[in-house]
Ligand binder design. Structure first.
Ligand code: EPU
Length: 419
């Protein structure tokens, strides 16, 4: 198992190119199951979660080819049971349920369990399928959804913690081939949902309103082949902007979407950084001191939960007291105890992290627990005195393409060590 060793205190500067979005690529790849014709997807990031999704598509009967970021999927025939041995490795495999139900009118997938960032139910996905006319059976750890036919319906995806991103994707993918009009209320507005809807429309779907909380889908009889480029990964871009904030002279993220990063850039500006952006590149420049901040995670366009851990790492050395409240996954604070081992002064009070800025962090051996927590530890290592050893780095490879190489290209000193 690899570990990453970060030698702290080396400034980073320069430009880094952002990869395609993981959280767009996964549902878009699943959506290729909706047609027998080939689909070509560009800018697919080289990540272990993407590999799992391609394996699932393959095991479901699709032909999958991949060549330097371009994936071609041809799903002439599909199986409707997703195999447990692959599904269990990635929670996002649940998003094959929608397209299989849409196309074959039935699908069986292992029920995702909880994960380290908290309880992750799929009740809202299932409620959406039921509204379209599907029956849901849970048996022996699997969830089966099936329907003689799918009929357009009015569906609300409002849950205890707001809406659901993959649930919106799933219901959208099931409804494009339903008979009649589906209205999804309280839909997720994330750019990744818009990207999926744009791809589905290229395949012949009739979707309006993606990016707002009300999506209207007029069902069609069938979908056809399409070609699409995945949007830039806004979480990777935000993570590199924080690398610039933590250890930067000036860092530019290229091939990034400035308009998708507003909540993150506003938070960084409030901490005292200068940010300049266009829809191709965003640059962060230090501006003297790092101020404390209070923020809360929210659905898009609010501050993303997927940037909360990285922000904790930054604010650990901000002057004064900061506060971060996690509203999407209230238990998503596994990084806190590891950051404390590096000298951070953070106390948890329910879903709020109270952070008292310290002068410096010190390198330590730490344990990665999930994807974004791992990124936070790498960021903390950049600014820490001495050496930080991050174990269990397979988590980071799930969602960041070549993070160590990209940071090294900016001047960081990071090694990947085989243990
Ligand atoms: N929820 C329910 N019922 C449901 C679905 C969700 O109560 O049926 C709750 C969840 O427990 C959570 C909240 O609703 O409290 C939001 O969860 P959501 O369904 O939106 O999360 P997701 O769609 O499973 C995606 C991303 C996550 C990201 C969240 C929130 C993908 C593959 N995953 O997950 O990304 O944190 O949206 O923005 O798109 C990551 O990339 O590190 C990551 C975890």
């Amino acid at each position: 198992m690899d570990k990453i060793v970060v030698h702290g205190g080396h400034p980073v500067s320069g430009a880094v190119r952002i990869s395609g979005s993981k959280n767009s690529a996964l549902p878009i790849l699943a959506a290729t199951l909706l047609t027998k014709e080939p689909c070509v997807i560009h800018r697919v990031p080289d990540l272990s979660d993407v590999h799992y999704m391609l394996q699932i598509l393959n095991r479901l009967g699709a032909d999958v080819e991949r060549a330097s970021g371009v994936v071609t999927v041809r799903a002439e025939m599909v199986e409707t049971i997703a195999p447990y041995d692959i599904v269990r490795k990635m929670r996002a495999s649940v998003c094959v349920l929608g397209p299989l139900l849409g196309r074959e009118k039935e699908a069986t997938v292992s029920l995702p369990g909880g994960c380290v960032i908290g309880d992750r139910p799929i009740d809202l996905h299932l409620k959406g399928f039921e509204a379209l006319g599907a029956a849901v059976r849970v048996h022996a750890g699997n969830v089966k959804v099936f329907a003689p036919e799918l009929k357009g319906a009015k569906i609300s995806l409002k849950g205890k913690f707001g809406t659901t991103v993959l649930g919106t994707d799933n219901v959208l993918m099931a409804s494009v081939l339903a008979d009649g009009v589906t209205v999804i209320e309280d839909a997720a507005c994330e750019p990744e949902v818009v990207d999926l809807a744009n791809f589905l429309n290229k395949m012949g779907a009739r979707i309006e309103g993606a990016g707002t909380s009300r999506i209207v889908v007029e069902g069609v009889k069938e979908l056809h082949s399409a070609e699409h480029e995945v949007i830039p990964d806004r979480i990777e871009a935000g993570t590199f902007l924080i690398a610039g904030a933590i250890a930067g002279r000036e860092v530019t993220v290229t091939r990034a979407r400035y308009d998708h990063l507003t909540a993150v850039t506003s938070a960084l500006e409030a901490c005292g950084f200068n940010i300049v952006g266009t829809n191709g590149a965003v640059t962060i420049r230090p501006n003297g001191s790092l101020h404390s901040l209070s923020l809360r995670t929210e659905p898009y366009p609010g501050f993303p939960t997927d940037m909360q851990a990285q922000m904790c790492a930054l604010l650990a050395t901000a002057k004064g007291d900061s506060m971060i409240t996690e509203n999407i996954f209230p238990q998503r604070f596994m990084h806190v105890s590891e950051l404390k081992r590096m000298g951070a002064a953070i106390e948890l009070d329910g879903a709020t992290a109270n952070i008292r800025g310290v002068n410096a962090l010190s390198g330590a051996p730490v344990m990665a627990s999930d994807l974004r927590a791992s990124a936070a530890l790498v960021l903390a290592g950049l600014q820490a005195e001495g050496q930080t050893e991050i174990n269990r780095v397979y988590h980071i490879d799930r969602g960041y393409e070549l993070i160590d190489e990209k940071l090294c290209s900016l001047g960081a000193q990071i090694e990947r060590v085989k243990v």
